[in-house]
Structure formats: C-alpha cells, structure tokens
Design a protein around this ligand. Structure first.
Ligand code: PMP
Length: 442
C-alpha cells in the first residue's frame, strides 16, 4: 500500500516517470498527451531544455536565500519582467509558492491597505457563485463552489457571492450579452450598497473562469462595468488570474483583453509552468505606497517567498514564451482547437456548449441540449470521462456540475503552448472516444 496520502485514497494512480514535450510517460511506458497542462500549469510541456538549464544553473549557484535576510537576482529580475508587462498601475510583486497563497496574500493586502489609509471598517468581501480561488481557508471562503466548501463552511469567513457572468445558462432570453453585463454590474452595485459601501473591501473574480465553470469568458463590457462600480465605491478589484493568466488565453494577462486593470492580480500555474512551484500577487502602486508610507511592513509571510530557484525557473519560462512568440501561437492553436471541437462535437447530443479563449477551452455536458439539463451529479460523469481519457492516453480536466443543478459536468482543456496541429487532432480524437465511452457506461 502506498504511504502517500493521495487525493482519492482508494484509487490507483499510474506512476509518472518522464516528461517528453507535451507528453507524460508512466512506469509502464504508456504515453499521455497532456491536454490539460495538469491543471492549466504545464504551458511549456514537460522537458524544456532552457528552463531545465536555468534551474540547474540557479541550484548550482544558490538554491535559496530566506527573504527576511536577502533579496535575490532571480526574484528582482522576475518582478521587473512581470511589472514591465503588467496592466497599468501594478507596480510590485509579492512572490509565493502557489495560487491559494497568492489569493490569501491579496486578501490580506486589501485588508491592510484599508487599515493603513484609515478605513479599518472595510472588511467585507464580495466574490461570485460557481467560483474557485483556492483551497486554503481564506481562498476557499472567497470561492463560491458549494461542493468544495460544504464540509468546511463553519470555518469560513463570511463572503457575499453574486452571480457569475455565465452566458450559456444565465443570459436571459430577452437580453443581449451587453444587457447581461449591465444587469450583473448592477447586481454587484446593489450588494455593495446592501452591505454599506464604506464596509466593503474588495470584489474578487476570474477574468476567464477555469475550474468551476470550464473556460467561461465574460460578456463584452462586463469587466469594464465591474471596474467602474468598484471605483465608484472605493472597493478594490482583485482579479484571480491563477489559471487564465500567463498567456493561457492569448495575452500575458487575461485582464488585457477586458481592457481593464486591477488593484491586485494573482498568478501561479503557468508562471512556473510546473518546473517549480511558484505564484505571485501583483500589487498596485496605490496599495504598495499606502503600506510603505504607513507601517512600512506587510503583516504576512511564508518561508519560501521569492524562492530563488523557483524565480529563476519562472523567469526562464516567461522569457521562452516571449522570445519564441508563443502568445501568437496560443491564439492560432486556440482557434484551431476550438474549430476541431466544434467540428467533432457541435452536433453531439450530449454537448451543450463549446467555449473558451486561446488554449483555454471548455465543453459542457447535458442530457438535453434544448433544455440544457445537467446530468445527475451522482452519476459522476466527469470522473468516468477522466478515467476513459487516461485509458486513451489523454489528460483532460473534467469537473462535476454544481450541487444546485445550476451547471452541468464540464471538461477543461488547457494544453501546452508548444503543440502542433497533429496534437490538436489527437486531442479531439481521444477526447471524443473518451466522452463516448463514458456516456456508454452510464
Ligand atoms: N485560483 C484559481 C482561479 C485557480 O484555478 C486555482 C487552482 N485551480 C487556485 C486559485 C489555487 O491555486 P493552487 O492550487 O496553486 O493553490
């Protein structure tokens, strides 16, 4: 018996032993095309020579220096690289080890900012239903995903959840996409006013929703209106780009495509591309200056802040994406993937929606396309699809529908940016087989 505390305790996992470009290979020699980048992580595939060399060089020189004693060259260079390319107003970077830590840091920075500027009563957070921002308690409280929260509800801070921008199910029959955006921005405004604007600290949202909805983009204009509402009431906007950032949707930051900036942006996953665990919170000059000119100290911290090897790896990843022109490739490959998915699944009786941006694509499964009826969650269709896909030699990221029936099972695809068209064909073929095998097993 394995002594590892695996996520599913009664399940056997294949042993991954080697990476080869977009493939992972297990101890039996089976090859798996990584069409989900794990969980939207491995944007450069699994054997990038430049990144491996950067890690080896850094480990050989100095693996780690604790951030309460030193800064380091890789940390400073990576911060410069990110801020040079970040949306307007973001001026410094707080480095952590992953997405949940980045969200926790953003929440605490928001809180401390209001203390520093003499508004300590601002402590209320607003986020969206069907959202995921991480599994640590603050991040879990922020997310609105009922299934993940359920058992831990008594431990969670109080967060308001407004409607997600989820056009497939929540756009009204008599409503244009723009009108939907107006309605949802008004809903946020109402919630701010209900709580008392002077008490609200921040609104948190993913520009393109990953884990809970499956590559759902907002309707045009939604985020501009959200930004306006936040500004009107002095509420900070935190954009969680842990999944959709770092080029995944075709621009380095997903916010760029919404034409807005944020007070805080969280990133992780594609930042280090899985070569090292790393995340970060990008901080606006306004927040940084308030803390710098106030107490001068952010009351937070982790042992591995700005880990030198992780920063060197992330810098090499980001330089590779830029120098090889991979963002243009993400857009091109994303179009190719979506076209193939539409060709294969647009008429499929159980595929209700095909959506996404760049190499971040999602499919939602339904029992009835006209009524958009989700499958019974007890059938665990998503788990059946994952199993069938692994048997096909394909990694994809299926997730269950919500407990309240507001959403069905869906599949997220987030492959590496280094694919070619033959890989797109392979993804489509294997995914089609896996979905049909899983449906036949019901
Ligand atoms: N935010 C978002 C949007 C995510 O998708 C995730 C991970 N799926 C997290 C936060 C948490 O990141 P991590 O798993 O690295 O803690």
């Amino acid at each position: 018996m394995s002594h590892v505390f695996h996520r599913h305790l009664n399940q056997d996992y294949p042993t991954a032993v080697k990476g080869d470009g977009p493939y992972l290979i297990d101890s039996q020699g089976r090859r798996y095309l990584d069409a989900s980048g794990g969980a939207a992580v491995s944007c450069l595939g699994h054997s990038d020579g430049d990144v491996i060399k950067a890690i080896q060089d850094q480990v050989g020189t100095m693996a780690y220096a604790h951030s309460s004693f030193f800064t380091s060259e890789p940390m400073e260079e990576l911060a410069d690289f990110l801020i040079d390319r970040a949306p307007e107003g973001l001026e410094s970077v707080y480095f952590v080890s992953g997405g949940s830590e980045a969200v926790e840091a953003a929440l605490k920075l928001a809180r401390q900012y209001f203390i520093e500027i003499g508004q300590p009563q601002r402590k209320h957070l607003i986020a969206r239903r069907q959202s995921y921002h991480g599994n640590t308690l603050g991040a879990l409280a922020t997310g609105g995903n009922a299934w993940r929260r359920q058992q831990f509800e008594p431990l969670l801070i109080n967060v308001s959840h407004v409607s997600p921008c989820y056009a497939y199910r929540e756009q009204r029959a008599d409503e244009t996409p723009e009108a939907m955006g107006v309605r949802l921005a008004a809903e946020l405004e109402e919630e701010i006013l209900r709580l008392g604007a002077e008490n609200v600290m921040a609104f948190v949202a993913e520009p393109v929703v990953g884990a809970t909805l499956g590559a759902v983009t907002a309707v045009p204009g939604y985020f501009k209106r959200i930004r306006e509402v936040c500004d009107r009431y002095g509420v900070l906007l935190i954009l969680d780009e842990v999944m959709c950032g770092m080029g995944r949707t075709g621009s380095l930051f997903a916010a760029e495509q919404e034409g807005i900036s944020a007070d805080l942006i969280t990133i992780a996953k594609g930042l280090g591309a899985g070569y090292q665990p790393i995340g970060a919170t990008l901080v606006s000059g306004k927040i940084r200056d308030a803390i710098a000119n106030g107490s001068g100290f952010f009351q937070h911290g982790h042992t591995y802040i700005g880990h030198a090897t992780a920063c060197a790896a992330a810098l090499a990843v980001q330089q590779a994406i830029e120098s090889r022109g991979l963002l243009a490739r993400v857009n091109h490959l994303g179009d190719g993937l979506q076209a193939r998915l539409k060709e294969r699944f647009a008429q499929h009786v159980n595929i209700g929606d095909i959506r996404g941006r760049g190499l971040f694509q999602g499919l939602e499964l339904v029992t009835d396309r006209t009524k958009k009826t989700p499958f019974d969650p007890a059938l665990k269709l998503h788990a059946r699809i994952k199993k069938a896909a692994m048997a096909e030699g394909l990694m994809c990221y299926p997730m269950g529908g919500t407990l309240d029936g507001r959403q069905g099972d869906h599949i997220l695809l987030a492959p590496p940016f280094i694919l070619d068209n033959t890989h797109l064909d392979e993804i489509t073929l294997k995914l089609g087989n896996a979905i049909d095998t899983a449906l036949a097993s019901l």
